[in-house]
Write a protein that binds this ligand. Structure first.
Ligand code: LAC
Length: 223
């Protein structure tokens, strides 16, 4: 992939595994899996809704709001300590095991590496810092700079501006979220969809350049 000058990564579900949020939830809630799935789905849904409304609220705030909705939906009443434990779990998410070495390999190939996330800067600093991933990245970019969420092209443009690259095809982009992979493809990035869950591609008429099942294949694709 000689034309690729940099690779930009989504964070949650791509570099960091939100499974630790689920393990905390298991300590507090009897049926934790649907609870966490609803929480995550609402967190994203709120990001899209507020973007369309052109009212920016930080991803942290939306995460709190989505948790409130999820507790209401499942009629679960958590005390302040329980709520804090669940929210704090977002700051202690582990990297997928193959991620640190994969990032090191890509760096050794001379590629610039960055994260581009819906998370607000404090959330990202905590999450990527605690996971030990921050030193492996040249830059961490948050949507907060443009106050709109992915998949707005304004967000993907942040990466081009930082890299001072005009042609988006020279930038590799990796996300496990199909909607993010599609948004980045529509923007013109060379996208590797890290389809860990083995989901079908959304039928919107945008095909990422590659679709792989694990991070080692991402490294192969951009090598
Ligand atoms: C992010 C979410 C969407 O990191 O995974 O941007």
């Amino acid at each position: 992939m000689s034309k690729i000058k940099a690779v930009v990564f989504d964070v949650y579900g791509t570099l960091l595994d939100p499974i630790s949020v689920e393990s905390i939830a298991r300590e507090l809630i009897p049926d934790a899996l649907p609870f966490v799935m609803t929480w995550r789905a609402k967190q994203l849904e709120y990001s899209w809704l507020t973007s369309l409304m052109e009212h920016y609220h930080s991803f942290w705030e939306l995460t709190e709001n989505a948790l409130e909705f999820t507790c209401d939906k499942y009629r679960i009443s958590l005390d302040a300590y329980g709520l804090k434990r669940l929210l704090d779990a977002w700051g202690h998410v582990s990297p997928y095991p193959e991620v640190p070495d994969g990032l090191k390999t890509l760096r050794e190939k001379g590629l610039k590496l960055a994260a581009l996330s819906n998370g607000n800067p404090e959330m990202l600093e905590k999450g990527l810092g605690n996971a030990g991933i921050q030193p492996l990245l040249d830059k961490v970019m948050s949507v907060e700079e443009v106050e709109v969420f992915k998949p707005s092209p304004k967000v993907y443009q942040l990466a081009l501006d930082w890299l001072k690259i005009n042609d988006p095809a020279e930038v590799g982009f990796v996300s496990s979220n199909s909607w993010d992979a599609i948004g980045a493809t529509a923007f013109g990035f060379t996208v590797c969809w890290l389809n860990r869950a083995g989901n079908p591609l959304d039928s919107l008429g945008y095909s990422p350049a590659a679709q792989v099942a694990d991070f080692s294949k991402v490294v192969e694709f951009f090598s």
